[in-house]
Each structure stands twice: as structure tokens, then as C-alpha cells.
Design a protein around this ligand. Structure first.
Ligand SMILES: Cc1cc2nc3c(=O)[nH]c(=O)nc-3n(C[C@H](O)[C@H](O)[C@H](O)COP(=O)(O)OP(=O)(O)OC[C@H]3O[C@@H](n4cnc5c(N)ncnc54)[C@H](O)[C@@H]3O)c2cc1C
Length: 434
């Protein structure tokens, strides 16, 4: 081989390297790209896998504030027709006939948020980033190591390629390698609960109402979607959830039907093709919760289709969001219970603040990896996120049980919130993203 070919390639330069092209990484790339920064996104998965329809069965509740950030990045117009507005939210405690009713009209004309399918959101982000000449996405790029010094940060892939920038952003999810390589400790625990996610078509209209019903095993939520459909997030203790996952589709539908008949009418389950689940797990590592699901689907007699997906629930919070020339965002920094549908919205809060800091520094010609900037980012985000981590944890503990005195206290609490408009408005604004 000629000497020139053997020589190591110089690292590719950009302002910011984002590791992980999931929701958080791609959204940050869109925000920074729209502001003119040079960005490289390194994603170990395949672009095609992300694009494929309904790969994980999940939807996202995008809060009003999240949508504002997406508007600035030019993403909102690409998702508006697929996103269903949430106009009212109803919260009920087990079999209690009274419920908490949040109506958006009480505080203005804007919806609380929007529900969109994960894959459609991914597709829109991919499209928006694809329009930007200053954003480069490298798929099949599994990061192995990082080197950071006073001048720059270098990221090395498993295949030997390397990339250099002033700042590395770790958007690589709950099992963040960036966090691990920087030695940032993380605390957390398993909820011993599993969320089962599916999509239903129904005979009655949902009237854009999101319903959350607290049960002893965990919350049961119906979230309004476009085309007279709703997304179900049914949380149970893990053993009970496993039994639900093993049922055949008919049995599962009958149980679900009982829960929603009174307000959604007759239902049918949407079917998701299993074809992509045959991809080797190592090539699509973010799909690890789905391993074995294909076999389960065929055992359940769904003939190459799946009707539901399961996600074990954990809480996780990093002790620091930054290290030398490194910032963590999204699930790499925090993972919360989906009880309030705020996981990604917290990540969007990180993105909003980090993008503001980086764009400001870039305009002033400052080093984008400077420690003052990183300190400010951590200070502006960690406290707020910590509050949401705590709030979702307390909510789950308070509502996911049938202990009589606790039940009495929470029903009293729901009644108080329903009767006090100022308190109700506070919760409504929190749902919108503050
Ligand atoms: C059942 C359920 C329901 C939810 N509902 C809502 C909701 O309604 N609203 C809401 O706001 N949030 C919700 N969430 C939370 C939301 O889904 C997550 O917060 C969000 O998807 C996290 O995005 P992320 O980009 O931070 O992480 P991820 O989606 O995990 O993305 C990380 C990316 O990094 C890549 N990666 C990892 N390691 C490497 C590496 N070494 N090299 C290169 N790339 C790498 C992965 O391939 C992946 O693409 C829900 C979560 C669950 C489980």
C-alpha cells in the first residue's frame, strides 16, 4: 500500500460534534444548523432504520414550549399535519367517579401540546437537517473513544475514523458512552414497572382529550392522535406487563376494550410490521428493548406483525451535565418516568439553553467549549430537570398503589386542585412546558 494511504487521515473539523442522532441529538443539530454553526452528528444506527414506519410503536407528547423551539429550527412546519393537538387533559384516580379536568381555554387559545408518532418526528428532523449544508450526519458511526484537551476535542470511531471540534455533545441516550468516558456518575433505580405501548383506532372521536387513569400497577394513558386514533401507554408492574405481552392479540384487545369503551367506543389495534426487527441488534443498538419481540409476536399468533411494544421504566440522573469540552443533553443526562409525558420535553429544554449559549458564544468569536459556557449551561438546566425527576417520581409513588390512607389523601388532593383555579392553572402551564 502506498505511504499516503497508510497515513492517518486528519480529523474532520466542525464547531460541534453531536454523538447520537436520536430525538435530542437531531433536534440540537437542527437548532444549531439553523443558526449557521458547523455541526457533525455521529449516529451508530442506520438512517433507514430510523425512517422506517412505526419501528418502536411510540408517540411523543411535544409540549407547547418544545414546539416553539422546533419552530425556530424550521421543524414545526414539517410535523404540524401529523401532530394532533391536545386541548384537554383528564386525570382520574382508579375507580373514583370524580376526575381532574384541565381545559386549555381556561388559560388561552394554545393547545397544551401535540402528539406525534416517533418515526414521523424522526423523519421530519432528518428532512430538516438534510436541507442544511452546514450539518453533516454520519450514520453507522459507532463512537469508541474521546480525547479532550485545552484546544479541542477529538472523537474516535470503532472503525478508526476521527472527528474534531471545539465541543462534543453527548446525546447518546440512557446508556451514554460519553458520560461513561468522562467518568460522570449517574444515580437512579428501576421502577419495576413496564410500559406497554400500542396504537388503537376507535369508533368515537377523542375530541383532542388526553386521559390519564391511575391504577395500582401504574398509569394508563390514552393520547389523541390524528385520523381518529389514540396512542396507549399502559404501565403495569413488570410481571403483569409480561403476562399482557404474552397474550394473543384478541385477548389483549378485549382487555383494552373494557378500559376505553366508555369514551372511545369500539377499538381495533394497529399492526406494525416486524420486518425490520430481523436486523442484527448490534447494528441498531437503540432497539435493544425490542430484542426477542419478533419471536414473542409469532408466539402470540400475530403472523409477522406486532401490535404492542414494551419498555422497562427506570429513573436516572447524571451528577454533572458537563466535563471538559463535553455537554450531556436528553436521556444521556436524565431519564424519567413517562407518567407526565415530559422525558423528551426536558431534553428540549436542554437544547434550547445550550443552543442559546453556543450561538451567543459563536457570534462573539469565543471558544465554544469554554468552561464558563458549560458551567452556565449546567446551572440553568440541572435544577429544573432535578425538580421534574423528583415530581414524576413522587407522582408515580403516590398514585401507583391502593393503600387506603394514601388513596384518601390523593383523592382529596385531586379535589383541591380541581376546585382551585390558580393551582389548576399552575399545573396546566407546567404541562405546556412552563
Ligand atoms: C414508553 C415511553 C413513552 C414516552 N413518552 C414520552 C412523551 O410522551 N413525551 C416525551 O417528551 N417523552 C417521552 N418519552 C421519553 C422520550 O422517548 C425520550 O426522552 C427521548 O426519546 C430520548 O431521546 P434521546 O435522543 O435523548 O435518546 P435516544 O432516543 O436513546 O437516542 C440516543 C441515540 O444515540 C445513539 N448512540 C448511542 N450510543 C452511541 C455511540 N456510542 N455512538 C454513536 N451513536 C450512539 C443511539 O443509536 C440513538 O440513536 C417516553 C419514553 C418511554 C419509554
Amino acid at each position: 500500500m502506498p505511504m499516503s494511504k497508510m497515513r492517518r487521515q486528519p480529523p474532520a473539523l466542525s464547531d460541534v460534534i453531536i454523538i447520537g442522532g436520536g430525538h435530542a441529538g437531531s433536534s440540537l443539530a437542527a437548532c444549531l444548523g439553523a443558526a449557521g454553526l458547523n455541526v457533525t452528528v455521529l449516529e451508530r444506527g442506520l438512517a433507514k432504520a430510523k425512517r422506517d414506519a412505526r419501528l418502536d410503536g411510540r408517540t411523543l407528547a411535544l409540549s407547547f414550549r418544545t414546539m416553539q423551539v422546533l419552530r425556530q429550527a424550521g421543524v414545526e412546519r414539517l410535523i404540524k399535519s401529523d401532530a394532533c393537538p391536545i386541548l384537554d387533559i383528564r386525570v382520574a384516580d382508579q375507580d373514583s367517579p370524580s376526575f381532574l379536568d384541565f381545559r386549555h381555554k381556561e388559560i388561552g387559545d394554545d393547545p397544551f401540546g401535540w402528539i406525534i408518532e416517533n418515526n414521523l418526528f424522526n423523519r421530519a428532523l432528518e428532512k430538516r437537517i438534510g436541507q442544511m449544508k452546514n450539518v453533516r450526519v454520519v450514520n453507522g458511526a459507532a463512537v469508541k473513544a474521546m480525547e479532550r484537551d485545552d484546544v479541542s476535542a477529538r472523537v474516535i470511531l470503532e472503525d478508526g475514523r476521527s472527528f474534531e471540534a471545539a465541543l462534543v455533545v453527548g446525546a447518546d441516550g440512557r446508556k451514554s458512552l460519553c458520560r461513561e468516558l468522562a467518568g460522570i456518575p449517574v444515580y437512579g433505580w428501576s421502577y419495576k414497572q413496564t410500559a406497554i405501548v400500542c396504537t388503537i383506532k376507535h369508533s368515537k372521536p377523542h375530541h383532542n382529550v388526553a386521559v390519564e387513569h391511575f391504577q395500582p400497577g401504574g398509569p394508563f394513558a390514552t393520547l389523541p392522535m390524528t385520523k381518529r386514533r389514540s396512542s396507549i401507554v399502559w404501565t403495569e408492574k413488570t410481571a403483569a406487563a409480561e403476562a399482557l405481552m404474552k397474550m394473543d392479540a384478541r385477548e389483549f384487545t378485549d382487555l383494552l376494550q373494557e378500559k376505553v369503551r366508555s369514551y372511545l367506543g369500539d377499538i381495533t389495534l394497529e399492526r406494525f410490521s416486524c420486518a425490520l426487527l430481523t436486523l442484527p441488534a448490534t447494528r441498531v443498538p437503540s432497539l435493544s428493548p425490542l430484542r426477542g419481540e419478533r419471536e414473542r409476536a409469532s408466539r402470540a399468533g400475530e403472523g409477522g406483525y406486532r401490535t404492542r411494544f414494551s419498555y422497562p421504566l427506570i429513573l436516572q440522573h447524571a451528577e454533572h451535565y458537563t466535563a471538559k469540552r463535553l455537554a450531556l443533553i436528553g436521556d444521556a443526562a436524565h431519564g424519567i418516568h413517562p407518567i407526565a409525558g415530559q422525558g423528551f420535553n426536558l431534553g428540549m429544554g436542554d437544547i434550547d439553553v445550550l443552543a442559546e449559549e453556543l450561538v451567543g458564544a459563536s457570534r462573539l468569536g469565543l471558544d465554544l467549549g469554554n468552561s464558563d459556557l458549560l458551567r452556565r449551561y449546567e446551572k440553568r438546566r440541572k435544577f429544573d430537570n432535578g425538580n421534574m425527576v423528583l415530581m414524576t417520581d413522587v407522582l408515580d409513588r403516590l398514585f401507583s398503589n391502593s393503600i387506603a390512607p394514601v388513596q384518601a389523601v390523593r383523592r382529596f388532593g385531586l379535589g383541591v386542585v380541581q376546585r382551585l383555579p390558580r393551582l389548576r392553572h399552575f399545573f396546566m402551564r407546567t404541562a405546556m412546558g412552563g
